[in-house]
Structure formats: structure tokens, C-alpha cells
Design a protein around this ligand. Structure first.
Ligand SMILES: CNc1nc2cc3nc[nH]c(=O)c3cc2[nH]1
Ligand SMILES: [Zn+2]
Length: 374
């Protein structure tokens, strides 16, 4: 069976939104799709069965974290991530470059790769395109990423230009190291900072190397959302329409609408489980801080428009009590609801693209949520 194939099912006349389908060995994924993040081989507090009940078909894990702990050899011994996590559907792994820069200190970058200290043990470690691909092969994800550098933001144009040239050379080395396995699909990652001409150059350089899918990196790194959206709209124009586009590390509900509108097919973000851990949940009328005193006697569900397991069986009062009492079940419930909220929102977005009602759904959602449209 081929590693991965993408069907472009429908394009829109009023926006760059598209409906697609990604076939992988472990799952068929309807796009646009939101991918829950399971950095250390678990989507925090949720079981694989709950993730399948929620409707997730692909989740993320991180090469950097799993290389450092427990080590890819231990994961490989269990049959890769699917066996290790007891997750039968699709997995995508990031290549580790971004995590080195966002988590570890003492790092030295060279043409060869990146030397850094483990944020866990402090010991010196090294990642290169070849090592990253080797680790991702051992982890066994269905979709893997080329080893890249995500330049800091802000960064001067000179640095961004030289960094993208190296990232392109690293993409070529990643592809050469990857040729062995056919079951895993390798995506290139487009860099170029916030420089529109460099974004085009980076995209065209990667397309020349011909990947089965393209990630858009270097965004969601602290830049203002309008700038992210401007860079995104510019970049997707230079990516092939018949290949998936994956916006890394994004995002909140509005980011999903804005990214879909600009031609993005795949998203991942830690937000749903991260805000859940401090007792905050998404609702159709905006974010709700469940632990606030106002919810002490509120026996309504988290979101009256949500039909998830949590909203069908538990009240705000109960979940507030659990969160205040630091009962683990509390953040399991907020996590379940938040992941469900984004997975379901993407389902509604897919239907709206099919029906040609995407912009109407966006307006209705923004009005209810309290976003302004521009
Ligand atoms: C949360 N924001 C965010 N998560 C990212 C992950 C990434 N991985 C590889 N390369 C990237 O440029 C990159 C950018 C990212 N931004
Ligand atoms: Zn719910």
C-alpha cells in the first residue's frame, strides 16, 4: 500500500477553503482536520478509546521528547507508537528541531545538525536530519517531518534567509535518509519567517524536492495573528493544490477558521488540553473559566450546545468542585470536552465547505463566540 495519498474533494469559489481526504496505513482522515497533541505518547489524561469516541483519526507525538525519554528503541520494541500507545489510527511526529529551540538550552547549530543539552537530564545530545529520520522511523508514525530550523521571531532577514537555505539542504538530506521505508510519508516544512518573498522561495525550493505533503512552519511563534494570517495566505499560493498543507502549532478556534479560509488542511495545537489543566474550557459563547465562583451552583453543562459525553452527564458545579479539589477527574472532563470541541468544530467546518456555507458558519461562530471578523 502506498504510504499516503491525498484526494482533493472540493475547492471553494469564495475562499481558499478545501475539502480533502488523506489515506494513511492506519486511518483515512477527512480534511480540514484538527490533530490532538500527544507530545509524550499520550494526549494528556485521555485514553485512546476516548479519543476514538471523540472522533480523532490522527494524533501528534514529538520526536524530541520521545528520543530523550523513554528512547525510540523502547517505543520500537513495543511495535512503534501504535503498539506502545495502543492507538490503532494515524500518528504524525514532528522532527525535533522546533522542540530543541523551544525547550533545551546550550544548543549549537551547524551544517551537520544541532547539538543541545537534554532539558530532562542536562546531558549533551545531537540531532541531524539523518538522526531525526532514523528516530521517526523507529517511532513508526504514518506522517513524519523533515528536520528543520524554526528561526526565532523576530529575526533579521539575513538570518532568516540563511536559515531557510540550510533548512532546504536539511530537507534534501531528510528525504535521502527516508527513502528506505514506504509506509511513512515525509513532509517538507516551509520556513521564511515573516518575509513574503522568502516564503515563496522556501515553498518553491521544497516543491522542487517533491514531498507528498507540506507543513508551514515558523508561525505561531508569538507574531500577531493578522501577520500570521498574511504570511499564511501568501505561502499556500505556492504549494501544490493536490498535496496536504499542514499549519504547525495552530490553533485556537478562530485560527482554525482563518487557516482553513487560506487553504490549510491540517492543524495541531496543545491549547485544548493545556487550558483544560487550568480549568478553562471552550464553549460556543467563548472561553469559560470553570473554577470561577459563579459556577458553584450552576447545574448547566459546560456548553448547552455541546453533545459530548461530559456535557451530557456533568454540570459546571460538579466540574468546578473537582477542579478546585484538584481531583484528577476534573481535568479529564475539561480535556475531553475541549478536544471534542475542536474536533467537532472542524467537522462542522468540513460540512460547511461541502455546502458552500463556510463564511456563514464563520460569521455565526464569531458572533456567538465574541470574535470580531476582521
Ligand atoms: C505552537 N507553535 C508552533 N509549533 C510549531 C512546531 C514546529 N515544528 C517544526 N517546525 C516549525 O517551524 C514549527 C513551528 C511551530 N509553531
Ligand atoms: Zn462538551
Amino acid at each position: 500500500m502506498a504510504a499516503m495519498s491525498f484526494e482533493l474533494l472540493k475547492t471553494s469559489s469564495d475562499t481558499a477553503a478545501r475539502r480533502g481526504r488523506i489515506h494513511t496505513p492506519h486511518a483515512t482522515i477527512e480534511t480540514p482536520v484538527f490533530m490532538p497533541v500527544g507530545t509524550q505518547a499520550t494526549v494528556k489524561t485521555l485514553s485512546p478509546e476516548e479519543l476514538m469516541e471523540i472522533g480523532a483519526h490522527i494524533i501528534l507525538s514529538n520526536t524530541y521528547h520521545l528520543h530523550l525519554r523513554p528512547g525510540e528503541d523502547i517505543v520500537q520494541g513495543a511495535g512503534g507508537l501504535h503498539g506502545f500507545m495502543h492507538w490503532p489510527r494515524a500518528v504524525l511526529t514532528d522532527s525535533g528541531g522546533f522542540q530543541v529551540f523551544s525547550l533545551s538550552n546550550l544548543r549549537k547549530i551547524s551544517e551537520e545538525g544541532v547539538e543541545f543539552r537534554s532539558h530532562i537530564s542536562g546531558e549533551k545530545r545531537f540531532l541531524s536530519p539523518e538522526r531525526s529520520i532514523e528516530i521517526q522511523h523507529a517511532l513508526g508514525a504514518d506522517i513524519i517531518m523533515a528536520f528543520d530550523e524554526c528561526p526565532p521571531h523576530p529575526a533579521d532577514r539575513e538570518y532568516i534567509y540563511n536559515s531557510l537555505l540550510r533548512t532546504t539542504r536539511w530537507a534534501k538530506r531528510s528525504k535521502e535518509a527516508h527513502h528506505r521505508t514506504s509506509q511513512q510519508a515525509l513532509f517538507g516544512i516551509v520556513q521564511g519567517g515573516m518575509e513574503l518573498d522568502l516564503r515563496r522561495f522556501a515553498a518553491e525550493s521544497l516543491v522542487e524536492l517533491d514531498f507528498p505533503g507540506y507543513a508551514i512552519g515558523g508561525l505561531s511563534v508569538g507574531e500577531p495573528k493578522p501577520l500570521m494570517n498574511e504570511v499564511l495566505a501568501h505561502t499556500t499560493q505556492y504549494l501544490p493544490a493536490d498535496k496536504p498543507r499542514y499549519l504547525m502549532g495552530v490553533g485556537a478556534p478562530d485560527d482554525l477558521f482563518e487557516g482553513v479560509m487560506r487553504g490549510v488542511d491540517m492543524f495541531d495545537c496543545v491549547l485544548p488540553t493545556r487550558i483544560a489543566r487550568n480549568g478553562t474550557v471552550f464553549t460556543s459563547t467563548g472561553k469559560l473559566v470553570v473554577r470561577n465562583a459563579g459556577n458553584a451552583k450552576d447545574y448547566a453543562p459546560l456548553d448547552e450546545h455541546c453533545d459530548c459525553y461530559v456535557c451530557k452527564n456533568y454540570s459546571r458545579a460538579y466540574i468546578r468542585h473537582l477542579v478546585k479539589a484538584e481531583e484528577t477527574f476534573g481535568i479529564r472532563l475539561t480535556s475531553y470536552h475541549n478536544v471534542y470541541f475542536l474536533v467537532k468544530l472542524m467537522e462542522k467546518i468540513r460540512v460547511s465547505i461541502e455546502n458552500g456555507t463556510f463564511l456563514a458558519l464563520r460569521k455565526q461562530f464569531y458572533d456567538a463566540y465574541g470574535y470580531n471578523e476582521n
